[in-house]
Design a protein around this ligand. Structure first.
Ligand SMILES: Cc1cc2nc3c(=O)[nH]c(=O)nc-3n(C[C@H](O)[C@H](O)[C@H](O)COP(=O)(O)O)c2cc1C
Length: 714
């Protein structure tokens, strides 16, 4: 909270030098004007001169007594010494922000709080930097590309790296200034010793030509006190950046020159760095740093809450559970999958227990051990799994079967390494047998996880549903949609097309999802949508015999209104600048593609591969395909029918004949999009992987990381 207060008020204060620069833009700045002439002119222009000060922005302020006998402060021209502008008082907001920033309106106590806050900010910056080094796998890689996990984590690391130095400087100088303000260290003042008996009181050099005046540049002056009387023992007192100089008013001789002690210099430097008063560019950097501190607070909380979000809860005691699921997770992502599996197993009557990998113990009823673990650092275990291997080796356990799922990211060279390490340990244990080979999941891909779910269902005989991301999906507010058309049921594929018109203007894009719940008691179902030329939402729906939502949609008729909400699915939007796009779909997965093709205004070459059982299903989509082929919105339509005549083919079989097209698309920054069943997706991905390795000598993940592979499979 204190850091937030300091950052918000810091943002406001950083505007002060910026604002003063704008409002004083017409007031000339001093640079190397001859000081002698300026002092002489100033004395000529006014009855009496008390002091001049040179502001951090190099504008000159004079304190004088005017001919009318009034005391006045104003900006003067550094050459003519004539008045050029009024001094504007600091706005109330700045005054308020300054007091809050320095002392929280609590005087000394507040200053102590702010000093501690500054020090904590310094510690947070240093420890944050150490974490960045760890994350980037060494100081040598500190400047290399940051892997983008999610917006907040990426932003936290990116800005942390960029603004580390300014933030460290802000925090250190904050501590230094507080130390002085609290008088823990006091600024020692300079005392001059002048022997008045030796002062000369005449000279034949006139004031304008005093060498001592003209040897000092305006830019090093903080202020000059003018002699109070004409007495020779009253001097010009020059306060400079690093020293004080006393000058004889009659002769221009330097009477005394003393440098400031280290403590005063430290204070001045700290003040200038902390406030940015001497440089507009630095003030701007400070402003950006203060805004970033606010971002760090928000993103830090987001990361922490995500980490704490998925909680492990157990319904049964560990001793009675046959299925033990161990989770290794650093930021909580993997726990979400674990909790889902535990719930589904329990729903199927299986007693399942979840534990952190570090809490591994002997499980007396264990028949199956399922390990879900991520990898960190250089393929190392996440924080809650670091002791697992040792604990496993030290624990006596009777026979069981195991399955391991590695969660990782292909962006790291040691992809899912810790999961492989765990596999090695379990494989070497003679007592245990492998239920499924290790399955790896890139970037918590739901599609890839579902491939494992299908395999697990097959080998375990436990019917698991497919996983749909239960992380809070960002649904827009639900709005009404009117049914504007509905096709007949195509009996071969049992599918139909329904078009809905949103009641309010809607910014959905083909590839987004529509979340529909048949009634308030039902949970939502998500449908991939295609947007038609007339901005209607088109769904292609497979009617399931007992499917509540598909039956609900099927029973709607034109003119009826339903409530639904849009879910942004940015990762599956049509690429904005690809030169070529290959679309691969099965069944109703064609719906988003039809929308993308119809609205392909720039006529990017599109090749659409579509799999169905027979060409009877094509009837449902033929009109759209033929129209867009004719208008060149679609270049090629390549169907694959798995139960048609002698030539029984799946999409992946047909794709094998298009190796050149696939290679050319990927190497020329084109995009491949896949929509439909996860079973098809798996086959197609395997084929694409083979083609990539053989033709481009790069793994498919290389193109996936460049966002050239976009998938939405279910
Ligand atoms: C700093 C850092 C290092 C990582 N190192 C690896 C790695 O070496 N190998 C890998 O496959 N994944 C690596 N990952 C990716 C994570 O394992 C992946 O994002 C995983 O899904 C995170 O799961 P969790 O949220 O349960 O910890 C790393 C991620 C981060 C942020």
């Amino acid at each position: 909270m204190f850091i937030a207060i300091a950052a918000i008020t810091g943002c406001i204060l950083a505007f002060s030098p910026l604002e003063s620069e704008v409002s004083n833009y017409d007031i000339p700045k001093a640079s190397n004007e001859p000081m002698g002439i300026f002092i002489h002119n100033l004395k000529q222009n006014y009855l009496e001169v008390l002091e001049i000060s040179v502001k951090p922005d190099n504008r000159v302020v004079a304190s004088v007594i005017t001919e009318d006998g009034d005391a006045a402060d104003f900006y003067v021209d550094p050459t003519t010494a004539l008045k050029v502008g009024h001094i504007k008082e600091d706005g109330k907001v700045y005054k308020f922000a300054k007091t809050l920033h320095r002392s929280l309106f609590l005087h000394g106590t507040g200053r102590v709080f702010m000093m501690i806050t500054s020090f904590l900010l310094f510690l947070i910056s240093i420890t944050g930097f150490i974490l960045i080094i760890k994350r980037q796998q060494g100081i040598r890689n500190i400047l290399s590309k940051i892997v983008k996990d999610n917006f907040f984590q990426f932003g936290h690391v990116y800005l942390g790296r960029l603004l580390l130095i300014p933030i460290i400087l802000i925090s250190i100088t904050g501590v230094v200034l507080s130390i002085f303000q609290l008088k823990i260290v006091s600024k020692t003042s300079i005392s001059h010793e002048v022997n008045k008996a030796f002062l000369k009181d005449t000279s034949n050099v006139s004031e304008e030509d005093f060498e001592a005046f003209n040897n000092i540049s305006f830019t090093e002056i903080k202020s000059i006190e003018f002699p109070f009387s004409t007495d020779v023992s009253d001097f010009y007192r020059f306060y400079l950046d690093d020293r004080e100089v006393l000058i004889n008013q009659r002769t221009g001789e330097v009477v005394s020159e003393k440098y400031y002690p280290f403590s005063e210099m430290a204070y001045r430097l700290g003040f200038s760095i902390h406030t940015g008063e001497n440089s507009i560019i630095w003030a701007f950097i400070l402003l950006v740093a203060a805004i970033s501190i606010l971002f760090f607070i928000v993103s830090g909380f987001k990361i922490t809450f995500k980490r704490k979000g998925a909680k492990i809860k157990n319904k049964y005691k560990k001793g009675e559970c046959t299925h033990i699921i161990l989770v290794g997770s650093e930021t909580g992502g993997t726990i979400t999958f674990t909790v889902w599996l535990q719930n589904e197993l329990i729903r199927n009557g299986v007693k399942a227990y979840v534990a952190q990998m570090n809490d591994y113990k002997a499980f007396s009823s264990m028949k199956q051990l399922i390990v879900f673990t991520s990898s960190y650092g250089v393929g190392e275990p996440p924080a809650n799994a670091s002791k697992f291997i040792q604990k496993y080796l030290d624990t006596a356990q009777s026979d069981f079967e195991f399955a391991i799922v590695g969660f990782g990211s292909l962006a790291y060279p040691d992809y899912c390494k810790f999961a492989f390490d765990v596999e090695k340990v379990l494989e070497n244990d003679a007592k245990v047998s492998m239920l499924l080979p290790l399955h790896t999941i890139n970037n918590q891909s739901v599609e890839s996880f579902n491939q494992w779910v299908l395999q697990y269902t097959k080998v375990s005989g436990i019917e698991l549903p497919l996983y749909r991301r239960i992380l809070p999906i960002k649904k827009a507010k639900s709005v009404c949609y009117e049914v504007i058309s509905k096709s007949d049921l195509e009996t071969e594929s049992n599918s139909f097309i329904i078009e809905l018109e949103p009641c309010y203007s809607d910014k959905s894009v083909s590839g987004d999802l529509l979340s529909i719940a048949p009634s308030t008691e039902d949970h939502d179902r998500l449908y991939s949508i295609g947007i038609t030329k007339r901005n209607a939402v088109r769904l292609s729906v497979k009617l399931h015999e007992y499917g509540k939502c598909s039956n609900y949609l099927y029973e709607l008729s034109v003119g009826m209104v339903i409530k639904a909400s849009k879910v942004n699915n940015k990762k599956f939007h049509f690429p904005s600048n690809a030169k070529k796009v290959i679309m691969i779909a099965t069944g109703t997965g064609i719906a988003p593609f039809l929308g993308m093709i119809e609205t392909n205004r720039t006529k990017v070459p599109i090749h659409l591969f579509w799999g169905a059982r027979t060409n009877q299903s094509y009837g449902l989509y033929s009109e759209y395909i033929e129209t867009t082929l004719k208008s060149n919105h679609l270049n090629e339509f390549i169907p694959a029918y798995s139960r048609q005549g002698d030539k029984k083919q799946y999409v992946q079989d047909v794709l094998k004949q298009y190796v050149a097209l696939i290679t050319e698309t990927l190497t020329n920054k084109g995009v491949i999009m896949i929509c439909g069943s996860v079973v098809m997706q798996k086959e197609v991905m395997e084929l694409l992987q083979q083609i990539c390795l053989q033709q481009t000598h790069k793994p498919l993940s290389y193109y996936q990381n460049k966002n050239q592979l976009r998938m939405d499979c279910y």
